[in-house]
Ligand binder design. Structure first.
Ligand SMILES: Cc1ncc(COP(=O)(O)O)c(C=O)c1O
Length: 387
């Protein structure tokens, strides 16, 4: 568990490192963008995958009952949320799962609410499926960002069918509190809106406690469908394993029938053993990771506050993503974007891609050795000083 160890990811077909030029137009940028980590997965995961590799046969594969059991035990332990093993439907990734959920439970033209600034593929999921985008921007209060309930009610009155929740929230790093989730659930009940809750970052809580929306809303008469995965938690994104948790059997059957029609049914043996080993034996690794990420977040906050006072760090309660307010630099979104690239030599996630509310912000991924964080920040400071 040496999170300080720098492992070269160049020339490994890494999206973050090797495809920076394709995405950002230049190869000499320091990559702190896409949400994966520059750390190796826990040793038990590597050992389990090695065993599959040594066996050497990669024919058609099915997910075993033991994976379901490991998953529900993890969820019970981490979130005190009791699920039965047959409530889970495995899908390759959370984004494809959400797309399939939209196709299964909504019709063309139906309204879907999102809460920008938010994980940008949400826009494409709604747009590509020809659903209507309803925006409920988060509001900034003196205590940080929260849900604008008044506006949420307006969006529901405008005819929303579904709310696509991001919990914990990417990119602002909020870990929603029971009261906030309940207030949202009250409105969903009042306007008969069902919720797809993307909880992919649920394990990555730095402060507070993740409460599954389904659990927070248990007393309400609403339907909640939850998407989770071990991919962000243990750095397994490329293995493409996620799962959807259903509360209602009828909905689950409908979704399974949809997947069957699309032939989404081939499983990957590496993903199976990796996920199972992570859930059974990865907890200590995760606790150490969270401590390390907390240290990186603190480091970023202090560094920016001390050296770049015109920027403001929005301290995340969850995720390893730090949302930085650079509006004090008084640059238009496109100018800020080119300044970060051309002067900062940095590949960060530009705030405006998460929605217009993100203009003037940038998201910095700090799931990397401290040395790599320092390199990124010193580039930023150099550009800041030379402005
Ligand atoms: C909120 C959220 N949902 C989904 C994903 C991606 O999920 P997957 O790779 O399983 O499709 C991410 C990755 O950054 C994310 O932040």
């Amino acid at each position: 568990m040496d999170f300080e160890k720098v492992i070269d990811r160049n020339k490994t077909n890494s999206m973050k490192w090797d495809f920076v030029s394709e995405r950002y137009g230049s190869s000499d940028l320091w990559p702190m963008w896409v949400a994966d980590m520059d750390f190796q997965a826990p040793q038990p995961v590597l050992d389990a995958m090695q065993k599959v590799l040594d066996h050497g046969i990669f024919g058609y594969h099915r997910r075993p009952a033991s994976l379901r059991e490991a998953t529900t035990s993890w969820i019970q332990k981490r979130f005190d949320w009791t699920l039965s093993n047959d409530q889970l439907v495995f899908t390759p990734g959370v984004v494809p799962a959400i797309s399939h959920l939209i196709q299964t439970f909504t019709e063309k033209g139906d309204g879907i609410i999102i809460q920008p600034p938010v994980y940008y593929p949400f826009y494409a999921l709604i747009d590509n499926n020809e659903r209507k985008l309803l925006r409920n921007p988060l509001k900034e209060t003196e205590n940080g960002f929260t849900v604008d309930l008044e506006d949420l009610e307006k969006q529901m009155q405008a005819g929303a069918k579904m709310l696509l929740l991001c919990s914990p929230h990417n990119p602002i790093g909020r870990v929603w509190k029971q009261e906030e989730l309940e207030a949202v659930a009250d409105l969903c009940e009042k306007y008969d809106v069902f919720v797809v809750s993307d909880e992919i970052h649920a394990d990555l809580v730095l402060e507070g406690k993740h409460i599954p929306f389904s659990k927070a809303a248990a007393e309400k008469n609403i339907e909640v469908i939850t998407c989770m995965a071990p991919s962000k938690t243990f750095n397994l994104a490329a293995l493409q394993l996620s799962y959807v948790v259903f509360e209602k059997k009828a909905s689950q059957k409908k979704y399974e029938a949809h997947l069957k029609r699309q032939f989404v049914e081939i499983d990957n043996p590496f993903a199976t053993v990796a996920a199972e080993a992570a859930y059974r034996e990865g907890e200590e690794w995760l606790e150490n990771l969270l401590d390390y990420v907390r240290g990186n977040v603190k480091f970023v906050k202090q560094y920016i506050e001390t050296n770049m006072p015109e920027m403001k760090v929005i301290e995340p309660e969850g995720t390893y993503l730090v949302w930085v307010d650079m509006s004090g630099l008084n640059m238009e979104a496109s100018k800020l974007q080119s300044w970060l690239r051309e002067e900062g030599k940095l590949a960060l996630s530009d705030g405006h891609i998460f929605g217009e509310e993100g203009a003037g912000f940038a998201r910095i991924n700090v799931a990397c050795p401290r040395n790599n964080v320092e390199e990124g920040l010193s580039r930023l400071q150099k550009a800041y000083n030379n402005r």
